[in-house]
Design a binder for this molecule. Structure first.
Ligand code: SLL
Length: 170
């Protein structure tokens, strides 16, 4: 296994969440009626296919990502969620915001160490003063989903030659 010394290659990703308020009917249907929102946290490619109108090609990361582990708040059952195939995401319902640890494990052939990101799960629109704003249900439904996404680049330095070929082939 030969390292390509002096080479840096990166892959752009986005990670974050979308969240939507639950209607009263949706809440009544849950076993946890105190939950107020449904949300999805995800890691996606930021290099969307040119002919795709989906931002972030949802299923084009598995050639270099083996697993994404989302560590939820301990109020959730089985808070450590391993996702081994795309889409790399977890959908849940809940009532509160918290920090989600997102650990990305790379394919074993890469020889790369796992990396960790942190994302503050966002459920509410926030004011410019940095306060969570919790509008009444009717208004929240009108405002639509809340989005919170972060762009980042995963950088591989001195990659193994075979891994570099894999990256370049996609
Ligand atoms: C807060 N520090 O107090 C935060 C914690 C935890 C949110 C938020 C689900 C719980 C369940 C849930 O929304 N936990 O499974 O019922 O705001």
């Amino acid at each position: 296994r030969v390292r390509q010394r002096g080479i840096s290659i990166y892959r752009p990703i986005i990670y974050g969440n979308t969240a939507t308020v639950l209607t009263q009917e949706e809440r009544n249907a849950l076993s946890t009626p105190d939950h107020t929102h449904k949300w999805t946290v995800a890691v996606r490619s930021a290099a969307s296919a040119p002919d795709s109108d989906i931002v972030g090609g949802a299923d084009d990361l598995s050639y270099f990502i083996k697993r994404v582990t989302f560590k939820l708040h301990e109020t959730y059952p089985n808070p450590t969620r391993n996702v081994d195939k795309p889409p790399f995401e977890v959908s849940e319902t809940g009532w509160g915001e918290f920090e989600i640890q997102i650990r990305i494990t790379f394919v074993p052939e890469s020889g790369e160490k796992a990396i960790t990101f942190y994302h503050h799960l966002k459920l509410h629109p926030w004011t410019v003063a940095g306060e969570p704003e919790i509008p009444p249900l009717e208004e929240a439904l009108k405002l639509g989903p809340v989005h919170s996404w972060q762009y980042d680049e995963i950088v591989f330095n001195d990659p193994f030659q075979s891994f570099l070929q894999t990256l370049l082939a996609h």
